[in-house]
Design a protein around this ligand. Structure first.
Ligand code: NAD
Length: 252
């Protein structure tokens, strides 16, 4: 997979899966825009770990529609183009229906949908505008196994990722005639800081045993699937959702 001369924007790339995705594309020749919301130092750390370049750092709250537009425009200003958008930024906030207050329930839904779904939709729209002008591009969305398996403690998270899956499929249909191809990666548990408290806690062994491989995914394994969907030759996969869950959940 060769991304020489390609400009790639990865949202939420200051750590975790996003950082691995940024590294994956940079290692394959791309120029990468490392997006972060807060914590510029961590984004700079990602930047310093990238080969090739020059790369850049961009800031935005993806739940802010105007900031998303400015972020995409800043990437195009700097790199001259945008060939690949990876919607990776996302949040998981618990709001268990049996115990959360009504206020917490509403806040969980609002923040999660605004970030995970509407944020990704706005970034896709703004990036596609430039890709239409350039004659093509790729959008890859980072979803979750939870869209299919359910998220009992965070129903809005599961719904946001199910919405992301449906959005990806609709965009694939709408944008294929314009040379823009849209794919989705749905990871199960991945070894990132965000879920370390669960993997290191009493339920960790049970989570690892959900897969016949007896472990969870690495961020690099997710990044590899993202790069594949964005690669030259993968055009006809448009609209697909790749599970990266070690057969821990097989959907029909
Ligand atoms: P993470 O928390 O390490 O990274 C998420 C990134 O998104 C962070 O850099 C954060 O700053 C950014 N972000 C969150 N809200 C934002 C906002 N409003 N504006 C801009 N940026 C914002 O998490 P991760 O584990 O690396 O997850 C990355 C993606 O993978 C997420 O979409 C997540 O839902 C998905 N995912 C993760 C796992 C897992 O087990 N780690 C499993 C399935 C799916």
């Amino acid at each position: 997979m060769d991304f020489n001369d390609r400009a790639v924007l990865v949202t939420g790339a200051s750590r975790g899966i996003g950082r691995a995705i940024a590294r994956q594309f940079a290692a394959r020749g791309a120029r990468v825009a490392v997006h972060y919301r807060e914590g510029r130092a961590a984004a700079e750390e990602t930047l310093a770990a990238l080969s090739g370049g020059p790369h850049l750092v961009v800031q935005a709250d993806v739940a802010d529609a105007d900031a998303v537009e400015r972020m995409v425009d800043a990437v195009v200003d700097d790199l001259g183009r945008i060939d690949v958008l990876v919607n990776n930024a996302g949040i998981y906030e618990a709001h268990p229906p049996a115990t959360a207050s009504y206020a917490a329930w509403q806040a969980g839904w609002r923040r999660t949908i605004e970030t995970n779904l509407i944020g990704a939709a706005n970034a896709a729209y703004c990036a596609a505008r430039h890709m239409l002008r350039l004659g093509g591009g790729r959008i890859v969305n980072v979803s979750s196994r939870g869209a299919f398996r359910g998220e009992p403690d965070a129903p809005a998270y599961g719904a946001s990722k199910a919405g992301m899956n449906a959005m990806s499929q609709s965009l694939a249909l709408a944008l294929a005639p314009h040379g823009i191809f849209v794919g989705t990666v749905a990871p199960g548990f991945v070894t990132t800081d965000r879920v370390a408290y669960r993997l290191d806690g009493p339920e960790g062994e049970g989570i690892r045993r959900q897969s016949p491989l007896g472990r969870v995914a690495t961020p690099d394994e997710v990044a590899y699937a993202v790069a594949f969907l964005a690669s030259e030759g993968a055009e006809f996969t448009t609209g697909t959702i790749i599970d990266v869950n070690g057969a821990s959940y097989l959907r029909s």
